[in-house]
Design a protein around this ligand. Structure first.
Ligand code: FAD
Ligand code: DHB
Length: 392
């Protein structure tokens, strides 16, 4: 079998790239090693930057998001008994959209079905080959049958644990990494959110985040240890800990109930350089990971797609093969800034040690940034999403 662009992975980056290419009449095939149901069962990101919202609309996958998503014009930091709002809309003129990654993925899957594009789910032994030649291909097993997919380009959209990055020769890639000494315990609960907007809390017992999916579905997180287990956290223990880490008047309004999902995520910063290897591109989590503080992971995957889409359009529709060389440098400029913001938000809000000096530094920094227009603006413009460069 043959296609123009072979895409490994049907997460948000693979599905969005596929949809944008299909709209331009560029043939593409997605190969995913899990089932569609499994992909949809993963509870992950919840906040979409303004640029992500625009690109989903451009891809023809924004109608339900516009009906059911919730635009937010701000969020708050809680620290030292205070609640300080960042008025993102007043400072940037834009809103973020609260709409879950699961819903984005479902909308993109539906759009792909409507476009009649091919996806192989539950593929095994997926392996890219010959991407330094002009005849790359992917081999995989599907329903017991061995297949070879020939293509012009390969997009490795297969996440941090995927095969694309691992297939690159070790001397062609450099990875930079920071692992944090804590994780996030997240719960989803069928209860009204404690406030209308998100709260990021710095507390002497550790970080907490109040988020949501809709007016009856809340998403909450508390900082936990790296070796912690979900089994250690009864619902009661979780709610008690969350309440302790919030300002008293907010905690008083917390509605609790049975949790419907509970999971622990490690926190890491990771970047692979470069992101292009011959005719193989790494996209999204396959190339970089941010700690979740600041909600950049999914949005960064989408900005890679925005750049790669423009490049592949230029190459495959207009023969501008010289554009391939620009992908990595254009993406990495924005990625490192999002890495910085996520690292900074993580450093500002989490408990790293019992050291009272470090805790005072965090409080002073929060006080400093939230009490000047300049400080609030730098936070707001990173939160709403830095500009995505256009390829001309
Ligand atoms: P993924 O969503 O990882 O998709 C990759 C796809 O490739 C998957 O469907 C996978 O099954 C498939 N795949 C993997 N290996 C192969 C293979 N060998 N062959 C074929 N297919 C393969 N971001 C936030 O902004 N906020 C959050 O709260 C947040 N929480 C997160 C919690 C967890 C546990 C994780 C892991 C991530 C979280 N993120 C969060 C990050 C965000 O979800 C990711 O940045 C986003 O999913 C990246 O999209 P992607 O399409 O690049 O990768
Ligand atoms: C969510 C996750 C985040 O990492 C974040 O910064 C904001 C919201 C969420 O899952 O809702």
């Amino acid at each position: 079998m043959k296609t123009q662009v072979a895409i490994i992975g049907a997460g948000p980056s693979g599905l969005l790239l596929g949809q944008l290419l299909s709209q331009q009449g560029i043939d593409n095939v997605i190969i995913e090693n899990r089932s569609a149901e499994y992909v949809l069962s993963r509870i992950r990101a919840g906040v979409l930057e303004a640029g992500t919202v625009e690109l989903l609309r451009e891809a023809g996958a924004g109608a339900r998001m516009d009906r059911e998503g919730h635009p937010h014009g701000g969020f708050a930091f809680s620290f030292d008994g205070r609640l300080e709002r960042i008025d993102v809309h007043a400072l940037t003129g834009k809103n973020v959209m609260v709409y879950g990654q699961t819903e984005v993925t479902r909308d993109l899957m539906d759009a792909r079905t409507a476009a009649g594009s091919t996806t192989y789910y539950e593929a095994q032994d997926v392996q890219p080959h010959d991407f330094y030649s002009d005849k790359p291909r992917i081999t995989f097993v599907h329903e017991g049958q061995e297949n070879t997919l020939e293509c012009a380009y390969i997009a490795g959209c297969d996440g941090y644990h995927g095969v694309a990055r691992k297939s690159v020769p070790a001397d062609a890639i450099k990875t930079l990494e920071r692992v944090y000494p804590f994780g996030w315990l997240g719960v989803l609960s069928q209860t009204p959110p404690v406030t209308d907007e998100l709260i990021y809390a710095n507390h002497e017992r550790g970080f907490a985040l109040c988020s949501m999916r809709n007016p009856t579905l809340s998403r909450y997180y508390v900082q936990c240890t790296t070796d912690d287990k979900v089994e250690n956290w009864s619902d009661q223990r979780f709610w008690d800990e969350l309440r302790t880490r919030l300002p008293a008047d907010v905690a008083a309004d917390l509605v609790t109930g049975p949790t419907i999902e509970k999971s622990i995520a490690p926190l890491r910063s990771f970047v692979a350089e470069p992101m292009t290897f011959g005719r193989l591109f790494l996209v999204g989590d396959a190339a970089h990971i941010v700690p979740p503080t600041g909600a950049k992971g999914l949005n960064l995957a989408v900005s890679d797609v925005a750049v790669l889409y423009q490049i592949l359009r230029g190459v495959l529709l207009d023969g501008r093969t010289e554009l391939v060389a620009r992908y990595s440098e254009v993406c990495l400029r924005r990625i490192w800034k999002a890495e910085r913001f996520s690292w900074w938000m993580t450093s500002l809000l989490h408990k790293f040690s019992e050291d009272p000096f470090s805790q005072r530094m965090q409080l002073a920094e929060l006080d400093y940034y939230t009490s000047s227009v300049a400080g609030r603006t730098t936070i707001a413009e990173n939160y709403i999403g830095l500009p995505i460069e256009s390829i001309d």
